[in-house]
Write a protein that binds this ligand. Structure first.
Ligand SMILES: *Cc1c(COP(=O)(O)O)cnc(C)c1O
Length: 428
């Protein structure tokens, strides 16, 4: 498909291009394995001498069609699907940072990612420094160490809704010769394309807006193909020296800047950790992607209407939504996401934690769920659920106060959503 196609067209038709007489829908290749005539044919695949499929743990055509669409949406050079957003972020970081290395991350990231970094990857010998995303460039600079291998942040943080100054983070990362990895789950490429602002790697929990219907857990990694690994070869031996576990291949030389990162993540990490997305789930994800551009617009419209209503309600202490003019991140959001941000609004109900819980149980349209970015409106109290492993200081650093309610506005009528909120607030 021509590079000139608009994002709406890529959402609908990107990735899979059927030939004459081939299925119009993305075919689900429900097969673990693929047949070859000679051992030599198969050997070439194992040596990465020829491209093709041999075992679905590494690659599957359905997944590749859908990964190619996400790659086009983000403007990247290569992409892969993973079984979840957690797997995507783990692979993206572990592909460049190993035992003895260090990573700089924004402190307001998603609770699950924070836990992955601060607890589980720390056990693997990888050290993380968490920085205030709003810190001055000089302060950000100080977080780097000689063994720093990557910088990580979220376009719009879940659930803190801080908007990352991507250019500030990109220039700090590049000054220190390391890539910037951006989790773009909340904005989606419809509203923001981090690669255009200097990000090197983009990750997604496709479970959220990309799927958008609460159907399938999944993740994706997109490489910009722009980071020059060979210029910083001493920092990235995994990409720039021969891989003994893969026939002595040097990824950055054999696959170039465009292919090295995703080929290594597939050949090493997917091979060894096996976090593949089921082809059936990739098919469901693709159905979601076909309407992503239409849905994002409505999610944002509903969220803005709800945020404006909450802002004017005397039963609400505070509202955070980067699309609100009064929001701390309004200007930053306008710069990076002029067409809209996301459908998630955070707020504090007067009366604190207890009032928040009472409010939530009074809602009739919005359901209490550990989920966001769904067609159906849902809400959550992070301090008692997703973030319950954090103490109060860690909660504050993550931008989550004990009274915070996260409301994910779905695709229903904004008038019904506001009526529902109004009647639930009356019940407190
Ligand atoms: C949900 C989420 C994740 C984790 O994704 P899963 O698909 O649930 O594993 C990572 N990052 C962000 C921003 C998320 O919202």
């Amino acid at each position: 498909m021509s590079k000139k196609n608009k994002i709406e067209t890529v959402c609908v038709q990107g990735g899979y291009r059927p030939g004459n007489g081939e299925p119009r829908q993305v075919p689900i290749i429900q097969s673990t394995t693929f047949k070859y005539n000679t051992s030599e044919d198969m050997g070439k695949l194992f040596d990465l001498e020829a491209s093709g499929y041999f075992y679905t743990r590494l690659q599957n055509p359905t997944n590749d069609y859908v990964a190619a669409k996400i790659c086009e949406l983000e403007g990247g050079s290569a992409a892969m699907l993973t079984s979840s957003g957690q797997a995507a972020n783990f692979f993206a970081v572990f592909n460049v940072a190993n035992c003895g290395d260090h990573v700089v991350a924004s402190s307001t990231i998603y609770g699950g990612t924070y836990n992955l970094f601060a607890v589980t990857m720390k056990k693997m010998g990888i050290d993380f420094t968490f920085v205030d995303p709003d810190c001055a460039p000089e302060e950000l600079d100080k977080a780097f160490k000689p063994n720093t291998k990557a910088v990580f942040g979220e376009t719009i943080a879940n659930p803190a809704l801080t908007v990352l100054d991507i250019e500030k983070f990109a220039s700090a990362a590049h000054k220190h010769g390391v890539p910037l990895i951006i989790d773009n789950t909340f904005a989606t490429p419809v509203n923001c394309r981090p690669i255009e602002w200097g990000a090197d790697i983009v990750t997604h929990s496709t479970t959220k807006y990309m799927d958008g219907h609460g159907s399938a857990v999944g993740g994706a990694i997109v490489d910009s193909g722009k980071f020059n690994w060979l210029e910083h070869a001493d920092k990235f031996p995994g990409l720039c020296t021969p891989d003994d576990s893969y026939h002595g291949i040097t990824y950055a030389e054999k696959f170039g800047l465009e292919g090295a990162f995703i080929t290594k993540a597939t050949a090493q990490l997917m091979r060894d950790f096996g976090s593949i997305q089921a082809p059936q789930n990739a098919y469901l994800l693709n159905n979601g992607l076909e309407s992503l551009h239409v849905r994002m617009q409505r999610h944002c419209e509903n969220a803005l209407a709800v945020a404006e209503y909450l802002e004017n309600s005397d039963k609400i202490d505070w509202v955070v939504y980067p699309g609100l003019k009064s929001d701390k991140y309004y200007e930053t959001a306008q710069k990076y996401m002029p067409n809209g941000t996301c459908g998630v609004v955070s707020f504090g109900v007067k009366g604190g934690r207890k009032a928040a819980e009472k409010f939530m149980s009074g809602l009739r349209i919005a359901a209490i769920e550990t989920h966001v970015a769904d067609a159906r409106t849902c809400c959550l109290h992070p301090a008692s659920s997703t973030h319950r492993q954090m103490n109060d200081d860690e909660l504050r650093a993550a931008g989550v106060s004990p009274d915070l309610v996260r409301l994910s506005c779905g695709l229903e009528s904004k008038y019904d959503l506001i009526d529902d909120i109004a009647q639930a607030l009356e019940q407190i």
